[in-house]
Ligand binder design. Structure first.
Ligand SMILES: [Zn+2]
Ligand SMILES: [Zn+2]
Ligand SMILES: [Zn+2]
Length: 299
């Protein structure tokens, strides 16, 4: 949590690419308010109220988006049942009593590899190599399939086999700061990054933002006694609150847009994947949408 707090402002722009620049706009607006109108240490005045409203608006937008994609149209419901697996059953052929999955559900090609998360057999094209630094960054690194690990131990008859499946389950990992995962199929990658890792990062940053926004109000007496330093502290915490909440909102927007883009791309191959909306195809909106789908440093 402490690493997430400290490192998020560095890694969130890395995850976001160009849209991260929007943070400079809200930050400039906040500094315009607090420095332009003149924050005074101690009792909160107009600039403090305006800065607070800005943060509340951003946090509210994040909350609205998060709730809408969980309660109104559940984004994860297209992923967590791994419909591409069910779909492969139609592609199985029986040969001498054993069933073979003969086609990769994402590409329709002959399978060449197995996804360590969902065990789907996919073609190379649908197998994602590990994201950059995921295997080397030691902080905010999380196993993503605890459920598989538990299953491996629960159904343990053969200890060696159980150990192998446990290892495989724990080796499939993600990093919250990078929104990246180790090798897996494109379905699991889109699912884990956009339904777990990015939302977790956004939630973490929102919590930090809310903490910063409360500080000047909770310690107005203290900031009053230290005078100019108190004013500087108040300007800084309010600026941090606005920055963190902007980044959180952007990361959540990116999660929804990327998950939806995946659903749109593979809906033809796996009909159970249901896109939330049709992506914009022309105009400014289409341009903005594209910026969220690709960073300049992604391969
Ligand atoms: Zn998979
Ligand atoms: Zn989930
Ligand atoms: Zn590319």
């Amino acid at each position: 949590m402490i690493f997430l707090t400290l490192l998020a402002p560095i890694f969130a722009p890395y995850i976001l690419g160009w849209p991260a620049l929007a943070t400079l706009v809200t930050l400039a607006a906040d500094l315009g308010i607090t420095l332009g109108l003149g924050v005074a240490a101690g009792n909160p005045g107009l600039p403090d109220y305006l800065s607070l409203s800005l943060t509340i608006t951003l946090v509210g937008a994040w909350l609205g988006l998060t709730l809408a994609t969980a309660l109104w149209r559940n984004l994860e419901s297209s992923f967590d049942r791994m419909p591409w697996l069910r779909h492969t059953q139609e592609l199985q052929s029986r040969k001498g009593g054993r069933t073979y999955q003969t086609k990769c559900p994402f590409t329709g090609l002959r399978p060449t590899a197995r996804c360590p998360s969902c065990s789907c057999r996919v073609h190379d094209i649908a197998l994602q190599p590990p994201d950059r630094w995921v295997e080397s960054l030691p902080v905010c690194d999380v196993p993503l399939r605890w459920d598989l690990a538990k299953e491996a131990m629960a159904g343990a008859e053969n200890p060696i086999q159980a150990r192998e499946s446990l290892d495989r389950a724990l080796d499939f990992r993600g990093n919250v700061l990078l929104a990246g995962v180790t090798t897996c199929c494109v379905g699991c990658a889109a699912w884990q990054k956009n339904c777990h890792l990015r939302p977790r990062l956004a939630l973490g940053m929102t919590s930090v933002s809310v903490t910063f926004v409360i500080l000047p109000w909770a310690f107005s007496g203290f900031s009053d006694t230290i005078g100019v330093a108190g004013t500087a502290l108040q300007v800084a915490t309010e600026a941090l609150a606005v920055s963190y909440s902007t980044l959180a909102l952007l990361v959540q927007i990116q999660a929804v847009l990327r998950a939806n883009a995946f659903l749109v791309e593979y809906a033809a191959a796996v009909p159970e994947l249901l896109p939330l909306f049709r992506p914009p195809t022309a105009g400014l909106l289409a341009h903005l949408h594209a910026l969220f789908l690709h960073t300049p440093w992604e391969g």
